[in-house]
Ligand binder design. Sequence first.
Ligand SMILES: Nc1ncnc2c1ncn2[C@@H]1O[C@H](COP(=O)(O)OP(=O)(O)OP(=O)(O)O)[C@@H](O)[C@H]1O
Ligand SMILES: [Mg+2]
Length: 362
Amino acid sequence: MKIGAYDFITKPITLDSINVVMDRYVKYQQLLDETNYWRSESNRDYDFRNIIGESASMQQVFETIKMIAASKATVLIKGESGTGKELIARAIHYNSDRSHQPFIKNNCAALPEGLIESELFGHEKGAFTGALRNTKGRFELADLGTLLLDEISEMNPTLQAKLLRVLQEEEFEKIGSSETVSIDVRIIATTNRDLKEKIKENLFREDLYYRLNVVPIFIPPLRERKEDITFLVGHFIEKYNKANKKNIKNLTPQAIEVLMAHDWPGNVRELENTIQRAVVISKDPVLDIEHLTLTESRHTSAEEITVVHKNKKLEDIERETILSVLKAHNGNRKTTAEILGINERTLRNKLNQYREKGYYKD
Ligand SMILES: Nc1ncnc2c1ncn2[C@@H]1O[C@H](COP(=O)(O)OP(=O)(O)OP(=O)(O)O)[C@@H](O)[C@H]1O
Ligand SMILES: [Mg+2]
């Protein structure tokens, strides 16, 4: 037993006694496996299990996060809409020793000026009409934890000055109060605007910029790291399979080609929405082009158009249109021809061709 036997059996040996011990051992082993699994899973969380990024630029972002997460350094995350700024901000918090303390988010663009100030700093009862009770602001709520200031570029100059003081001195006064509140909060700010430009236009304080930009993190747009697309797609298929009790296995090569050619103006969020929709509507275990609805935009590249139409010629579009109108009108050729503006003879010829190729049966 000392050197590791799980149990022992005393003589005389019966089959029953062996069974009892074996059962117990199997259960014990299962428990052990589960515990180990659970432990490795929670470690994997710290390895950013849910943040996908195989590209060199994302690996660089992960390296930075690992290096600075534990510290209290202020972080400024820059990147286009939908690139994953909030996801990264949360990863930083949950990889810091503040992870058991609150993570509080404040969107600087969502509220009118007056409200934001009281949201951030809180107010005393009676400080203004409608201030019915003392209220804690986000800074106080985030004490000992992390405060995410989303879309920092939209913060007005008065608040920028107040924020600067909080960053420098870790203290402030609530609205309507002269008492100074001290806090210990880590600040993470995000922006999808170019703050340097805003500084030039006198819309953003330069001193605040340098206070925030202690650790700059730039998340590149998805179109500049297309090697991440297939990994993200796999991740989202798994996610939405689970959520919708579906069993999508993979994508056709054509569908992958289309995804790779798209420019993703909405970045990872757009890709996630595309896959979610495809998983929900697909009746087959394999996603194909027909399940993908991509936003047409000025970003649509020549490459993408080429890929889509390499797999879908004009005659395919024509055939799909003709057959769907015919079906909608229960096979009535006269009506179909009328609707599509062709004569019945042309329609009949086309249907004959489709029949030969197996696209259509009367
Ligand atoms: N690398 C990634 N791995 C997995 N999911 C991601 C990744 N990047 C972004 N996402 C997902 O994409 C969506 C958008 O991410 P997030 O909200 O963090 O973007 P954002 O940069 O804050 O966007 P916005 O500027 O519009 O606020 C989320 O559902 C997020 O989980
Ligand atoms: Mg965001």
